[in-house]
Design a protein around this ligand. Sequence first.
Ligand SMILES: Cc1cc2nc3c(=O)[nH]c(=O)nc-3n(C[C@H](O)[C@H](O)[C@H](O)COP(=O)(O)OP(=O)(O)OC[C@H]3O[C@@H](n4cnc5c(N)ncnc54)[C@H](O)[C@@H]3O)c2cc1C
Length: 365
Amino acid sequence: MKKVDYIIVGFGIAGLCTAAQLRSRGCSVVVIDSRKQSATSISGGTIHPVLLRYYNKVWLGEEFWAYAKGFYTTLENQLETSFIEIKELMRPFDSNQERILWQNRRTEAFWAHYLNPLDDSSTKFSGIRTPHGYGTSDEVWRFSPPKLLMAFKKMLQKEQNWIDAEIIAQTIDQLRDEIRTLKIDAKHIVLAQGHNQLIWPKSGRKDNLIALEAGYSPIVAKEGEYMIIESPELKLDVVLKGKFFIIPLGRDKYQVGATYKQDVNVAGEDLGRKKMKEALDELLTVPYKPLSYWTGTRPVTKDRKPILGLMSNEASLYTINGLNSRGLLMAPLLSDWLVAFMIDGKALPAEVSINRFTVSSVDHI
Ligand SMILES: Cc1cc2nc3c(=O)[nH]c(=O)nc-3n(C[C@H](O)[C@H](O)[C@H](O)COP(=O)(O)OP(=O)(O)OC[C@H]3O[C@@H](n4cnc5c(N)ncnc54)[C@H](O)[C@@H]3O)c2cc1C
């Protein structure tokens, strides 16, 4: 039986970043993944610290953003694979008021850093209607999640630290048994299963450090969808943020979205798809052809904050989950916090700790 320091169940961005952090601390790690469903592989891959359109800051956006840039750049070098593809965004203004808002925001130091000075007299972006002008930002990255996942997985496979398997377990005992059948054992286990995670601490179990209500999951699944289009005349090479993102994928293909998946209306139309189409018709002056739709599921908590921490002291079982709509932005720093908690015993920020869901609060390890 192979024995390692950590087994990670789930290889979305949460599992990948946790594996990278543990490896950088010299720990041995095996990753188990079912390839069942990954929010990460279909996600837009955009990371940025502000919400354009509303001109709000993302929660802890500057910290997550600064950390993520360094983390992904280092990973590109380690994996010898370039997956960071775009470092510019354009925002066609909805109205003249938005144009004025952009300029006003730029008088504050924070926003002056993220929003470039207005320079939209030229028709640099053809095929796009910009009656009120547009702004640009260099503080937005787009990377290819499939390229990153693939490169990291290949490395793990080469080292025989990758297992293709679905762990079917609803209790910690079943989890241990399932893992044993794979002829692998570890001192610690980290669950990073996104919305598919079934194991959560239950009250009344003495081995559980924290006590959630029996059968309770803090994660709600929120589906989102992208439309993939083809448009040879739209020569867009930056990320566009209109009502939806338009993300260049290369070879005249673009990823448009994402929706928070809507119900169908009485006429049987999918409202999310309808909205994406309407937005494109309004924005583009060139033809486009819808090719396909990609659906993924965001793991969301009630307070929309991530959920990290220790689930069972006895089983040394941890989790990193609840990454919601910004997993790619947040996972590098969140995994750093989790690893510092697991290895150094450093307390997790209360806002992300699993202990905020407990019915009785108890001490850490
Ligand atoms: C449409 C859409 C667009 C998005 N766009 C962005 C974006 O542009 N930028 C951004 O920052 N965030 C974006 N997000 C959010 C981001 O994708 C998520 O926050 C993030 O991917 C969640 O990562 P995760 O690792 O927690 O879960 P996942 O990516 O879902 O990974 C979980 C993994 O666990 C595995 N697994 C689950 N159960 C088992 C089991 N029993 N046994 C073995 N393996 C198992 C699954 O196969 C999967 O690979 C988007 C999300 C959606 C849905």
